[in-house]
Design a protein around this ligand. Structure first.
Ligand code: GUN
Length: 290
Protein backbone atom coordinates (compact mmCIF):
# COMPACT_ATOMS: atom_id res chain seq x y z
CA UNK A 1 0.00 0.00 0.00
CA UNK A 2 1.33 3.43 -0.93
CA UNK A 3 0.02 6.58 0.69
CA UNK A 4 -0.88 9.35 -1.78
CA UNK A 5 0.73 12.39 -0.18
CA UNK A 6 -1.40 15.40 -1.06
CA UNK A 7 0.60 17.60 1.26
CA UNK A 8 3.82 16.87 -0.61
CA UNK A 9 2.30 17.18 -4.11
CA UNK A 10 0.47 20.38 -3.20
CA UNK A 11 3.74 21.88 -1.89
CA UNK A 12 5.44 20.96 -5.19
CA UNK A 13 2.66 22.55 -7.26
CA UNK A 14 2.68 25.68 -5.07
CA UNK A 15 6.41 25.96 -5.74
CA UNK A 16 5.74 25.71 -9.50
CA UNK A 17 3.03 28.39 -9.26
CA UNK A 18 5.32 30.67 -7.23
CA UNK A 19 8.02 30.40 -9.92
CA UNK A 20 5.50 31.26 -12.64
CA UNK A 21 4.20 34.23 -10.65
CA UNK A 22 7.76 35.54 -10.16
CA UNK A 23 8.32 35.34 -13.92
CA UNK A 24 4.99 37.06 -14.62
CA UNK A 25 5.92 39.90 -12.29
CA UNK A 26 9.47 40.14 -13.67
CA UNK A 27 7.97 40.52 -17.15
CA UNK A 28 5.86 43.43 -15.89
CA UNK A 29 2.68 41.36 -15.65
CA UNK A 30 -0.06 41.78 -13.12
CA UNK A 31 0.07 40.11 -9.70
CA UNK A 32 -2.76 37.54 -9.60
CA UNK A 33 -5.42 38.61 -7.12
CA UNK A 34 -7.98 36.31 -5.47
CA UNK A 35 -10.86 37.60 -3.34
CA UNK A 36 -13.00 35.53 -0.98
CA UNK A 37 -16.36 36.45 0.48
CA UNK A 38 -17.02 34.89 3.88
CA UNK A 39 -20.45 35.17 5.48
CA UNK A 40 -20.73 34.55 9.23
CA UNK A 41 -18.33 32.70 11.51
CA UNK A 42 -18.74 28.98 10.77
CA UNK A 43 -15.62 27.30 12.16
CA UNK A 44 -14.98 25.13 9.11
CA UNK A 45 -15.43 28.01 6.66
CA UNK A 46 -13.15 30.28 8.74
CA UNK A 47 -10.42 27.62 8.61
CA UNK A 48 -10.78 26.96 4.88
CA UNK A 49 -10.73 30.65 3.99
CA UNK A 50 -7.71 31.29 6.25
CA UNK A 51 -5.88 28.47 4.42
CA UNK A 52 -6.80 29.99 1.05
CA UNK A 53 -5.51 33.43 2.07
CA UNK A 54 -2.28 31.91 3.41
CA UNK A 55 -1.78 29.88 0.22
CA UNK A 56 -2.09 33.12 -1.82
CA UNK A 57 0.72 34.67 0.23
CA UNK A 58 2.88 31.58 -0.25
CA UNK A 59 2.76 31.80 -4.06
CA UNK A 60 2.98 35.60 -4.33
CA UNK A 61 -0.69 36.36 -5.12
CA UNK A 62 -2.60 39.26 -3.66
CA UNK A 63 -5.69 38.30 -1.70
CA UNK A 64 -8.69 40.16 -0.33
CA UNK A 65 -11.06 38.82 2.31
CA UNK A 66 -14.53 40.37 2.35
CA UNK A 67 -16.55 39.55 5.49
CA UNK A 68 -20.26 39.83 6.16
CA UNK A 69 -22.25 38.95 9.26
CA UNK A 70 -24.87 36.16 9.15
CA UNK A 71 -27.69 38.69 8.79
CA UNK A 72 -26.39 40.15 5.52
CA UNK A 73 -29.21 40.50 3.01
CA UNK A 74 -29.20 38.80 -0.38
CA UNK A 75 -29.19 42.25 -2.02
CA UNK A 76 -26.09 43.31 -0.09
CA UNK A 77 -24.28 40.12 -1.00
CA UNK A 78 -25.29 40.39 -4.68
CA UNK A 79 -24.13 44.02 -4.71
CA UNK A 80 -20.69 42.92 -3.46
CA UNK A 81 -20.54 40.18 -6.12
CA UNK A 82 -21.33 42.79 -8.77
CA UNK A 83 -18.65 45.09 -7.37
CA UNK A 84 -16.04 42.31 -7.54
CA UNK A 85 -17.19 41.38 -11.06
CA UNK A 86 -16.42 44.96 -12.11
CA UNK A 87 -13.17 45.40 -10.18
CA UNK A 88 -10.39 45.01 -12.76
CA UNK A 89 -7.76 44.33 -10.12
CA UNK A 90 -9.57 41.16 -8.91
CA UNK A 91 -8.84 38.25 -11.27
CA UNK A 92 -11.08 35.73 -9.55
CA UNK A 93 -13.21 35.37 -6.46
CA UNK A 94 -15.19 32.87 -4.45
CA UNK A 95 -18.14 32.99 -2.10
CA UNK A 96 -17.32 30.49 0.63
CA UNK A 97 -20.19 28.02 1.07
CA UNK A 98 -22.39 27.33 2.90
CA UNK A 99 -24.12 30.70 3.15
CA UNK A 100 -27.13 31.35 5.44
CA UNK A 101 -30.43 29.76 4.39
CA UNK A 102 -32.22 33.10 3.84
CA UNK A 103 -29.94 33.71 0.83
CA UNK A 104 -30.48 31.86 -2.44
CA UNK A 105 -27.13 30.14 -2.96
CA UNK A 106 -27.71 29.36 -6.62
CA UNK A 107 -28.64 32.97 -7.34
CA UNK A 108 -25.37 34.12 -5.79
CA UNK A 109 -23.34 31.55 -7.76
CA UNK A 110 -25.01 32.62 -11.00
CA UNK A 111 -24.31 36.29 -10.24
CA UNK A 112 -20.56 35.65 -10.34
CA UNK A 113 -19.10 36.45 -13.71
CA UNK A 114 -18.03 33.10 -15.29
CA UNK A 115 -14.67 34.74 -16.19
CA UNK A 116 -13.99 35.27 -12.47
CA UNK A 117 -15.62 32.08 -11.16
CA UNK A 118 -12.42 30.37 -10.02
CA UNK A 119 -14.46 27.86 -7.97
CA UNK A 120 -15.95 26.61 -11.26
CA UNK A 121 -19.47 26.54 -9.77
CA UNK A 122 -21.22 28.76 -12.35
CA UNK A 123 -23.39 26.78 -14.80
CA UNK A 124 -21.39 28.29 -17.68
CA UNK A 125 -18.20 26.70 -16.35
CA UNK A 126 -19.90 23.42 -15.47
CA UNK A 127 -21.42 23.25 -18.95
CA UNK A 128 -18.16 24.10 -20.67
CA UNK A 129 -16.39 21.40 -18.68
CA UNK A 130 -19.01 18.82 -19.64
CA UNK A 131 -18.51 19.43 -23.37
CA UNK A 132 -14.73 19.66 -23.05
CA UNK A 133 -14.30 23.41 -23.59
CA UNK A 134 -11.74 25.40 -21.57
CA UNK A 135 -13.38 26.10 -18.20
CA UNK A 136 -12.67 26.75 -14.56
CA UNK A 137 -12.99 23.30 -13.04
CA UNK A 138 -14.24 22.75 -9.53
CA UNK A 139 -11.22 22.60 -7.23
CA UNK A 140 -11.63 19.24 -5.50
CA UNK A 141 -12.15 17.10 -8.62
CA UNK A 142 -9.38 19.00 -10.42
CA UNK A 143 -7.06 18.31 -7.46
CA UNK A 144 -7.90 14.60 -7.53
CA UNK A 145 -7.08 14.41 -11.26
CA UNK A 146 -3.72 16.09 -10.52
CA UNK A 147 -3.00 13.62 -7.71
CA UNK A 148 -3.75 10.60 -9.93
CA UNK A 149 -1.58 12.05 -12.71
CA UNK A 150 1.36 12.92 -10.45
CA UNK A 151 1.35 9.35 -9.09
CA UNK A 152 1.20 8.01 -12.68
CA UNK A 153 -1.95 6.10 -11.83
CA UNK A 154 -3.49 4.67 -15.01
CA UNK A 155 -7.10 5.77 -15.43
CA UNK A 156 -7.81 4.70 -19.01
CA UNK A 157 -10.21 1.76 -19.20
CA UNK A 158 -10.40 1.47 -15.40
CA UNK A 159 -13.64 0.95 -13.52
CA UNK A 160 -14.11 4.02 -11.37
CA UNK A 161 -16.90 4.20 -8.82
CA UNK A 162 -17.74 7.66 -7.50
CA UNK A 163 -19.74 7.49 -4.27
CA UNK A 164 -21.74 10.73 -4.03
CA UNK A 165 -23.26 12.96 -6.70
CA UNK A 166 -22.77 16.50 -5.36
CA UNK A 167 -22.45 19.41 -7.79
CA UNK A 168 -19.05 20.29 -6.33
CA UNK A 169 -17.36 16.88 -6.26
CA UNK A 170 -19.13 13.68 -7.33
CA UNK A 171 -20.82 14.94 -10.50
CA UNK A 172 -17.83 16.84 -11.98
CA UNK A 173 -15.49 14.01 -10.94
CA UNK A 174 -17.53 11.53 -12.95
CA UNK A 175 -17.44 13.82 -16.00
CA UNK A 176 -13.70 14.51 -15.83
CA UNK A 177 -12.65 10.87 -15.47
CA UNK A 178 -14.84 9.64 -18.32
CA UNK A 179 -13.69 12.41 -20.70
CA UNK A 180 -11.78 11.55 -23.87
CA UNK A 181 -8.12 11.31 -22.96
CA UNK A 182 -8.82 10.04 -19.44
CA UNK A 183 -11.17 7.32 -20.64
CA UNK A 184 -12.32 5.70 -17.41
CA UNK A 185 -15.59 3.79 -17.19
CA UNK A 186 -17.41 5.63 -14.43
CA UNK A 187 -20.32 4.59 -12.21
CA UNK A 188 -21.91 7.12 -9.85
CA UNK A 189 -23.45 5.72 -6.66
CA UNK A 190 -25.81 7.61 -4.38
CA UNK A 191 -28.41 7.14 -1.66
CA UNK A 192 -30.78 5.26 -3.97
CA UNK A 193 -28.17 2.87 -5.39
CA UNK A 194 -29.23 -0.76 -4.96
CA UNK A 195 -26.62 -3.05 -3.37
CA UNK A 196 -23.99 -0.34 -3.20
CA UNK A 197 -21.48 -2.76 -1.71
CA UNK A 198 -21.67 -5.00 -4.80
CA UNK A 199 -21.08 -2.00 -7.10
CA UNK A 200 -18.24 -0.41 -5.12
CA UNK A 201 -16.44 -3.71 -4.59
CA UNK A 202 -15.93 -4.05 -8.36
CA UNK A 203 -14.10 -0.71 -8.62
CA UNK A 204 -10.46 -0.36 -9.60
CA UNK A 205 -10.64 3.21 -8.31
CA UNK A 206 -13.05 4.41 -5.61
CA UNK A 207 -13.76 8.11 -5.11
CA UNK A 208 -15.50 8.42 -1.72
CA UNK A 209 -17.34 11.75 -1.70
CA UNK A 210 -20.52 11.10 0.24
CA UNK A 211 -19.81 13.14 3.38
CA UNK A 212 -20.52 10.28 5.78
CA UNK A 213 -17.55 9.51 8.03
CA UNK A 214 -16.08 6.01 7.58
CA UNK A 215 -18.80 5.01 5.11
CA UNK A 216 -16.46 2.91 2.95
CA UNK A 217 -15.46 -0.24 4.81
CA UNK A 218 -13.04 -3.06 3.93
CA UNK A 219 -15.76 -5.35 2.58
CA UNK A 220 -16.61 -2.77 -0.10
CA UNK A 221 -13.04 -2.61 -1.40
CA UNK A 222 -11.43 -4.94 -3.92
CA UNK A 223 -7.89 -6.14 -3.18
CA UNK A 224 -5.44 -3.73 -4.88
CA UNK A 225 -7.98 -0.94 -5.41
CA UNK A 226 -7.05 2.75 -5.39
CA UNK A 227 -9.06 4.72 -2.84
CA UNK A 228 -9.48 8.50 -2.89
CA UNK A 229 -11.11 9.87 0.26
CA UNK A 230 -12.80 13.24 -0.19
CA UNK A 231 -14.51 13.27 3.22
CA UNK A 232 -13.76 16.13 5.59
CA UNK A 233 -16.34 15.89 8.33
CA UNK A 234 -15.24 17.92 11.37
CA UNK A 235 -15.70 16.04 14.62
CA UNK A 236 -14.89 17.17 18.16
CA UNK A 237 -11.61 15.83 19.53
CA UNK A 238 -9.72 16.14 22.82
CA UNK A 239 -6.52 15.22 21.03
CA UNK A 240 -6.03 18.33 18.86
CA UNK A 241 -5.16 21.91 19.76
CA UNK A 242 -8.17 23.26 17.86
CA UNK A 243 -10.56 20.81 19.56
CA UNK A 244 -11.60 19.43 16.15
CA UNK A 245 -10.35 16.75 13.82
CA UNK A 246 -11.26 15.77 10.28
CA UNK A 247 -12.78 12.39 9.53
CA UNK A 248 -12.74 10.92 6.06
CA UNK A 249 -15.43 8.89 4.27
CA UNK A 250 -13.21 5.79 4.40
CA UNK A 251 -12.52 3.52 7.38
CA UNK A 252 -8.80 3.99 6.85
CA UNK A 253 -7.42 1.40 9.29
CA UNK A 254 -9.27 -1.55 7.78
CA UNK A 255 -9.36 -0.35 4.14
CA UNK A 256 -5.73 0.75 3.69
CA UNK A 257 -4.16 -2.75 3.94
CA UNK A 258 -6.25 -3.84 0.91
CA UNK A 259 -5.33 -0.86 -1.32
CA UNK A 260 -2.55 -0.29 -3.79
CA UNK A 261 -2.88 3.46 -3.15
CA UNK A 262 -4.95 5.47 -0.68
CA UNK A 263 -5.25 9.14 0.33
CA UNK A 264 -5.14 9.94 4.05
CA UNK A 265 -7.42 12.45 5.80
CA UNK A 266 -6.03 14.96 6.50
CA UNK A 267 -3.15 15.40 4.06
CA UNK A 268 -4.66 13.77 0.97
CA UNK A 269 -7.25 15.54 -1.17
CA UNK A 270 -7.68 18.61 1.11
CA UNK A 271 -4.39 20.38 0.33
CA UNK A 272 -4.92 19.75 -3.40
CA UNK A 273 -8.24 21.60 -3.35
CA UNK A 274 -6.54 24.83 -2.35
CA UNK A 275 -3.83 24.37 -4.98
CA UNK A 276 -6.50 23.94 -7.67
CA UNK A 277 -8.03 27.24 -6.62
CA UNK A 278 -4.62 28.89 -6.99
CA UNK A 279 -4.21 27.30 -10.44
CA UNK A 280 -7.60 28.61 -11.52
CA UNK A 281 -6.74 32.09 -10.23
CA UNK A 282 -3.49 32.06 -12.20
CA UNK A 283 -5.43 31.00 -15.33
CA UNK A 284 -7.87 33.86 -14.70
CA UNK A 285 -5.03 36.38 -14.30
CA UNK A 286 -3.49 35.19 -17.56
CA UNK A 287 -6.92 35.23 -19.25
CA UNK A 288 -6.23 31.66 -20.37
CA UNK A 289 -9.76 30.26 -20.07
CA UNK A 290 -11.96 32.99 -21.58
N1 GUN B 1 -17.25 25.08 0.85
C1 GUN B 1 -16.69 23.86 0.88
N2 GUN B 1 -15.86 23.69 -0.18
C2 GUN B 1 -15.91 24.84 -0.89
C3 GUN B 1 -15.27 25.27 -2.09
O1 GUN B 1 -14.50 24.57 -2.72
N3 GUN B 1 -15.58 26.54 -2.48
C4 GUN B 1 -16.44 27.33 -1.81
N4 GUN B 1 -16.68 28.55 -2.29
N5 GUN B 1 -17.05 26.95 -0.69
C5 GUN B 1 -16.78 25.71 -0.23
Amino acid sequence: MELIDGKKISAEIKEEIAIEVSKLKADGGKTPHLAAILVGHDGGSETYVAHKVKACEQVGFNSTLVRFEDDVTQEELLAKVEELNNNDDIDGFIVQLPIPAHINEQKVIEAISPEKDVDGFHPANVGRMVIGLPAFISATPAGIVDLLERYNIEISGKNVVVVGRSNIVGRPMSVLLSQKGRDATVTVCHSRTKDLEAVVSKADIIIAAIGVPEFVTAKMVKEGAIVIDVGTTRVKSDLTKSGWKLKGDVKFDEVSPKCSYITPVPGGVGPMTIVSLLKNTLLAAKKSVY
